[in-house]
Design a protein around this ligand. Structure first.
Ligand code: M1P
Length: 246
C-alpha cells in the first residue's frame, strides 16, 4: 500500500482567500475546514497581524497550522509565536531615516484628487507606503485603483526608490491595491519557508494571485521548495484545491 503524502498548503490572503482587505465568506470558511481534514493549511500575508485578524477572524493564529504575517516576519505555529524579526535592527536608524524622509518628501509633493492619512505604516518587518494614505475609504481605494491603471503611480515611485536606494538591499513590492511594501532582500513571502521546510512535508503548495515578477507572491511562487499555483480570485482557489486535494 502506498503511504499518504504529507502535504502543506500555504495561502496568500488578499485576492486568494478573500477579496482585497475583505473578510472570509462563510463558504470559504467551510471550504478551509474541509481542506484541513485532508492536508495541513497555513496562511502567509503581507499585512500585519491585526489586519490579518480583521480578515480571517480573531482566531487567525490558532485556526491554521501556520500563520505568517508580514511575510513570515511574525510567525505562528499552532497558535504559538515561533519567530519575530525587525526591520529596524536589520537596516539601522540612519538608513531608515534617510529612506523615510525621502518618501515623506515625495508623498508631500504628489498630487491626487483625494489624499488621506497614514501614508507610511511602520511594521515589524516592513514599511508600507501609500500615496493616497491607508485611511482612505473603500470607495476612495477603488477610485485610486482605477486612476492608477493609467497613472502607474506606484510603479513610477518604485523605480525612483530602486535607483535612489540601490545600496540598501531593499525589495519594493506592489502587493495590494494602494500601497508598496518595502522590506530587506530575502524577507518576501519566501521568508516563511524556513519555518516549514524541515517539517517533513513531501509537498508544499503555495496559492497566490500576484505571482508575476514584481508581485508580492512571486518569490515564494517560483521557489524550488514550493509547488506554485496562480489564482484569479477566491473562487478559483477553491476550484483548483478541490481538483488537487479532494
Ligand atoms: O496582502 C496584500 C497587501 O494588502 C495591503 O495592501 P493594500 O492596502 O495596498 O491593498 C497591505 O497590507 C500590504 O502590506 C499587503 O501586502
Amino acid at each position: 500500500m502506498t503511504e499518504k503524502k504529507k502535504v502543506l498548503v500555504l495561502f496568500d490572503i488578499d485576492g486568494t482567500l478573500t477579496p482585497s482587505r475583505k473578510t472570509l465568506t462563510e463558504d470559504m470558511d467551510n471550504f478551509i475546514t474541509e481542506l484541513q481534514t485532508k492536508v495541513d493549511v497555513g496562511v502567509v500575508g503581507g499585512s500585519d497581524l491585526p489586519k490579518q485578524k480583521e480578515q480571517l477572524g480573531e482566531n487567525a493564529t490558532t485556526r491554521f497550522k501556520y500563520s505568517f504575517s508580514e511575510n513570515g516576519v511574525i510567525a505562528f505555529e499552532e497558535g504559538k509565536l515561533i519567530s519575530k524579526s525587525s526591520i529596524t535592527d536589520k537596516l539601522g536608524e540612519e538608513k531608515l531615516q534617510k529612506f523615510l524622509n525621502f518618501c515623506l518628501h515625495y508623498i508631500a509633493d504628489f498630487e491626487l484628487p483625494v489624499k488621506r492619512g497614514t501614508f507610511i505604516e511602520f511594521r515589524n518587518g516592513m514599511i508600507n507606503i501609500s500615496l493616497i494614505g491607508r485611511n482612505c475609504s473603500y470607495e476612495e481605494r477603488l477610485q485610486y485603483v482605477e486612476l492608477e491603471k493609467e497613472g502607474q503611480f506606484r510603479q513610477k515611485f518604485v523605480k525612483i526608490l530602486q535607483e535612489k536606494f540601490s545600496e540598501y538591499g531593499l525589495v519594493f513590492s506592489i502587493g495590494g491595491q494602494i500601497s508598496i511594501d518595502v522590506f530587506p532582500q530575502g524577507w518576501s513571502k519566501e521568508y516563511c519557508l524556513q519555518f516549514v521546510n524541515n517539517k517533513g512535508y513531501d509537498e508544499i503548495h503555495f496559492f497566490g494571485d500576484k505571482t508575476y515578477k514584481g508581485g508580492n507572491d512571486y518569490e515564494i511562487f517560483i521557489h524550488e521548495e514550493t509547488i506554485g499555483h496562480t489564482v484569479t480570485c477566491p473562487e478559483d482557489t477553491v476550484k483548483i484545491c478541490k481538483e488537487l486535494f479532494f
